[in-house]
Write a protein that binds this ligand. Sequence first.
Ligand SMILES: [Zn+2]
Ligand SMILES: [Zn+2]
Length: 282
Amino acid sequence: MTTRELKRKKIDLHTDGRLSIVFLGCGAAFAKTLNQNNILIIKGDDHVLVDCGTKTPRVLFDHGVPISAVETFLITHSHADHVGGLEEAMLTARYVARKKPTVVITPEYEQVLWTESLRGGAEHNERSNGKELRFRDFWNVVRPRKVRGLPRDTRTATIGSIDVKIFRTRHYPQQATSWTDSQISYGLIIDDRILFTGDTQFDGDLVPGFGAKFDLETIFHDVQFFTGGIHASLDEVASLPAAERKRTYLMHYPDSYKDHVSAVDDLGFRGFARELVYYDFA
Ligand SMILES: [Zn+2]
Ligand SMILES: [Zn+2]
């Protein structure tokens, strides 16, 4: 894996065929100096935007990509740093670009996303034959398929040449004891080689569970700098074995991350993920 800066600060939605990940931001929900922890996965002519937070349409615009140029979306969960820009994406597609983007989504999360987040700003914009608009008026839906033999209700989908597996995480509420009693929140395995935890509390069997099934070369793990709440603390993530820490970039961090750079280094992590850099996987 190598890293590469954006050319002329522009994001290119194509690669030479390599798998690339670009973090539009690596910041926590309330970070003010960092963009939100949303990523673009790009491979050849294919791409998928994973999450579309409140700031994300603007971040993309500032780097040469109108939100209507994004063809495929995948949403991990309903916090605003992950879905706050999705109404703009959806309405811009329908009323400006006149197109239907694709969303990779499970039936149970489609229900939650539509009824609890998107519906209010969407369903009453038009009426035909007495009917309001529905989710499928805005989106082409791709259903990920259940994968046997993997933990955490894992499903899989392909976006052109990109393979994503989505699995449930223990993110919220704070009191949840397992992914099974948490609200819907997903992490990803990308092309069977990269683990992206998404937002999660520290969950002891997450990394070892998938490490036993896949040859994971890079891990991107949620982090915060205290223990408690709904994210994984640095102390907790530091309990991963050294071999895993060496492959792990920390993400979704607060503005104060600079105070922890040397601690993260001393603990043997690969470092903090950086926004607006390509992570290229040969
Ligand atoms: Zn978040
Ligand atoms: Zn969250």
